[in-house]
Design a protein around this ligand. Sequence first.
Ligand code: NAD
Length: 433
Amino acid sequence: MQHAVTRTHMIRPEKDTFLGAENPFESMMARFDEAAHHLNLETGLRRVLRHPEKQLIVAVPIQRDNGEVEVFTGYRVLYNTARGPAKGGIRFDMQVTLDEVKALAAWMTWKCAVVNLPFGGSKGGVVCDPSKMSVPELERLTRRYTSGIIDMLGPDSDVPAPDVNTNERMMAWIMDTYSMHKRHTVTAVVTGKPIAMGGSLGRKEATGRGCMIVTREALRQLKLPLQGTRVVVQGFGNVGSISAQLMEEQGMKILAVSDKDGGIYNAKGLDLADVMRHVKEHKVLRSYQQADHITNAELLTLDTDVLVPAALENVITDENAAQIRAKIICEGANGPTSADADHILQDAGILVIPDILANAGGVTVSYFEWVQDRGGYFWDLETVNSRLEKIMVSSYQECEVMASRNHVSMRIAAYMVAIDRVAQVHRLRGMYA
Ligand code: NAD
C-alpha cells in the first residue's frame, strides 16, 4: 500500500537517448558560448562562469529491508551563487552522473536568472533505482543523502526541490532531517513541499501555467490569434496536461496529446475534459476510443500552430527538425531540442520558446514558496497566479527585445539575458582574493 503511493509519480526518462546524443554539459555550454560571444563577455568572466563553484560526491550507505548494507553515490553541485542561494532539484536515477548534474546545475543558474529570481543554480542526485526500493528504504536513502550534503544546504545557501523520481514526500523528509539537525523547524530549506507543511498554492500547476503564458506572448509577437490556435502536446503528465487545459481555457484547440505509449489525435480538436476523465480512470491514453492513435514521432510533425514538447530530453533532433510544421515550439520539458536542431528550426522561421524561459513557471512559484516560508505569511491562489503572470510576461518581453536587438533566436536571447544578469553581479561584487 505504502509502496504504491511513492511510485505513482516515478518518471523513467530515456536517458540513453539524452546522454547518447551528446554530452549534456557541453551541449548546454555550446549555447552559453554563443550567448557569451554576442554579449562580448570578458574572457575572465567566461572562465568563471564555465566552472561550477562547488561539487560534492558523497557515499550514501543504507540498510536494505533484508538487513544488507548497500552504499549509493550521491552528488550535489552548486554551479553559481553570485545572485543568491542556489536553487535546484534532486533526482534519484540509475543514469545520474556528475556531468549531468553539473549541466543541470548550470541550467538552473540561467533559468533563475532569466526570470530574475534572486537565486543561483544547483542540482543533486543519487545513483539508484527507486522502482526497486521500498518506501522505508527510500526514506533512509533521502535522509542519509541529506545528512551527507547538509553543510551545503540551507535557506540562505542551497534550496533543493523535487526532480526526476523525487516528490513532495521526499521533500518533507529532507525538511525534517535538516530541521532535526538545526534543532528547530526550517521550512524554507526545500521547496515543492506538501501545502500542509509550507508548500505554496499553485505550485503544481505553475510550470504548465507558465507555458500557457509564454505561448500567449509568442502568439502576440507573431500577431496570431488565440482563438482557435491549434496546439499539439507531447507528454500528458504534470506539465503537458496542465498546459493543455490552460491553453484550451484561453480558446486554443488541442489537436493531439501523448504519453509514453503514443498519442491521440483529432484534427478538429480533442474533447480535453473527456480525455482528462479517461486518464483519471485508466491512467493511459492507449485505451481512449474517441480519437485516432498516432506514434510520438508522428505527433511531433503534425500540422499545428503550437507544439509543446513536455515529456523528455532530445526529442527534436537534426533527424526530425526539418519535418516540424509548428510555427511556435514551447519547450515545457528540459532540453527537448538538441543543439544541432536549433539552427534547422531557426532557418525554418520557427519561434522556439526555450526551456529556461518556457518552463520557468515552476521555479518561480518555488521562489514564492521560499519567500512565503521565510515571511511566515501565505498568499492566496490569485496572488500566486497574478505574480507568476507578471514575471513570465516581463521575462518573455525582455528576451523578445534582446532577440530583436541582436538578431538572435529566443534561446540565445534568453541565455544572453541570464548570463548578462549573472555577469553584472560578478562585476559589482568583484573578485575576492
Ligand atoms: P510527468 O512524469 O508528470 O509527465 C511526463 C509525461 O511524459 C507522462 O505523460 C509520460 O507518459 C510522458 N512520457 C514519458 N516518456 C515518454 C516518451 N518516450 N514519449 C512521450 N511521452 C513520454 O513529468 P512532468 O513533471 O510533467 O515533467 C515533464 C518534463 O518537464 C520533464 O522534462 C521535466 O524535467 C520538465 N519540467 C517539469 C517541471 C515541473 O514543475 N513538473 C518544471 C520544469 C521542467
